[in-house]
Design a protein around this ligand. Structure first.
Ligand code: FEO
Length: 405
């Protein structure tokens, strides 16, 4: 239960959630952490807390450095309960602490916890608070991830406490990006972005612009590994993801009943492969929707297949499409496909859902019962032509505006 010094007078005092495997529907195979940070200055300051079931561990870690009743400020960068959940417990000990938060943060905390006697200091974007020898500057970053979000910048140490931004769900003993396999950290940061931050990409761009002038030595997020050796890399990735820059990659996402839809999926995959476009086959029975979203983040072509069941698509497919629509990726090309027995409504519903996502939708592929070899060959030839033409158009548009695809 040791605190970990991240800079002189600044400590990680969060907690590791080794067993977390589901974070509001997002599969977290590697667990997670809730990162709280303690600044030892004349005014002792804690940044964020942990989930309530880990409060005792956080307080043990913190108590080895300071008496928790002496905490002067608690900075609440975000109301969501993975970060504010221990406030009611902590405020019983740190009775005189003032909670520093955004205007929406104050509203959210009051509604969540109904504590009328808490003292708040509500900050504006760009406002600084002096802690004694150090100063913390606040930047409101609404919708990264909720309307209340803000980030805190420790000016003397060039540390950005970014809350949900730049986080990853990784439970580990290691705290820093140069202590853990970088590929894994980036993979989890990508998954985190795709499943948590993606709908707010335009606001992410604004937030990145807001903090761009700051010298940043360290990004200390509220989940996972702290960035200190690869700050430029992760900021570059965020810029790319926030711009919805999809690559020439295709995902063939489907479920199948009697393997006919799977046959069509294979032909679609072959068409892309013959054109040299990397593809991925993602059967929804074996792939979690939150893992699929990681691929969606950078793939241009989103092909979704279903048979027809009870005049509709399979529930696995509708679940995925609901999730996809909510996360709102932009600038994608969609394709609905599938086989049917008698009605054929499943593919039509998928096509409608892809249009509702705002995708540019290709002509759907719908086959009664089992596609034969002639139908499959015709499908392959037609798809190759259509995909080539779309790529050509994208190349022309890309050469004008500098898009990846
Ligand atoms: Fe990690 Fe939006 O909370």
């Amino acid at each position: 239960m040791n605190p970990i010094k991240i800079k002189e007078g600044v400590y990680w005092v969060g907690e590791i959630d080794w067993n977390l495997r589901n974070f509001h529907g997002y599969s977290t195979q590697r667990g997670s952490t809730y990162n709280a940070y303690l600044i030892l200055d004349e005014k002792i300051t804690l940044i964020d807390t942990v989930r309530p079931y880990l409060y005792d561990k956080m307080i043990q870690r913190l108590s080895s450095l300071v008496d928790p009743s002496k905490i002067h400020y608690i900075i609440s960068n975000h109301v969501e309960m993975d970060h504010s959940g221990s406030l009611p417990l902590l405020m019983e000990t740190a009775k005189n602490a003032t909670i520093i938060t955004s205007p929406n943060g104050q509203k959210g905390l009051i509604v969540h916890y109904r504590k009328k006697d808490w003292h708040f200091k509500v900050v504006k974007s760009g406002e600084s608070v002096n802690l004694g020898n150090k100063n913390v500057k606040f930047f409101l970053t609404p919708m990264v991830h909720w309307p209340d979000n803000m980030v805190s910048y420790l000016e003397e140490d060039n540390i950005l406490f970014a809350n949900d931004a730049f986080g990853q769900h990784i439970a580990s003993f290691e705290r820093f990006d140069d202590e853990y396999p970088l590929g894994v950290v980036l993979e989890e940061a990508k998954k985190y972005y795709a499943n948590i931050v993606l709908p707010y990409s335009s606001l992410v761009q604004k937030s990145l612009d807001l903090v761009a002038p700051l010298p940043i030595d360290m990004i200390a997020p509220a989940h996972g590994i702290i960035w200190r050796s690869h700050v430029k890399t992760i900021v570059g990735e965020y810029r790319k993801w926030a711009a919805n820059q999809a690559e020439a990659k295709a995902l063939v996402i489907f479920d199948t009943m009697w393997k006919s839809t799977e046959k069509i999926a294979s032909i679609i995959q072959e068409a892309f492969e013959l054109l040299g476009i990397p593809t991925k086959m993602l059967n929804l029975r074996y792939n979690h929707i939150s893992d699929i979203m990681s691929d969606v983040l950078t793939a241009k072509f989103i092909c979704v297949g279903t048979p027809t069941l009870n005049s509709n698509m399979l529930p696995t497919v509708s679940g995925f499409l609901t999730y996809l629509k909510g996360l709102s990726p932009k600038n994608r090309i969609g394709l609905a496909f599938g086989s049917y027995g008698w009605g054929g409504q499943g593919v039509r519903h998928v096509e409608e859902a892809l249009r509702e996502c705002g995708f540019n939708v290709m002509e759907s592929i719908s086959v009664q019962f089992i596609p034969d070899e002639i139908q499959l060959q015709e499908m392959l030839n037609k798809l190759k032509l259509e995909i080539s033409s779309l790529l050509k158009m994208s190349d022309e548009a890309g050469s004008k505006v500098g898009n990846t695809v």
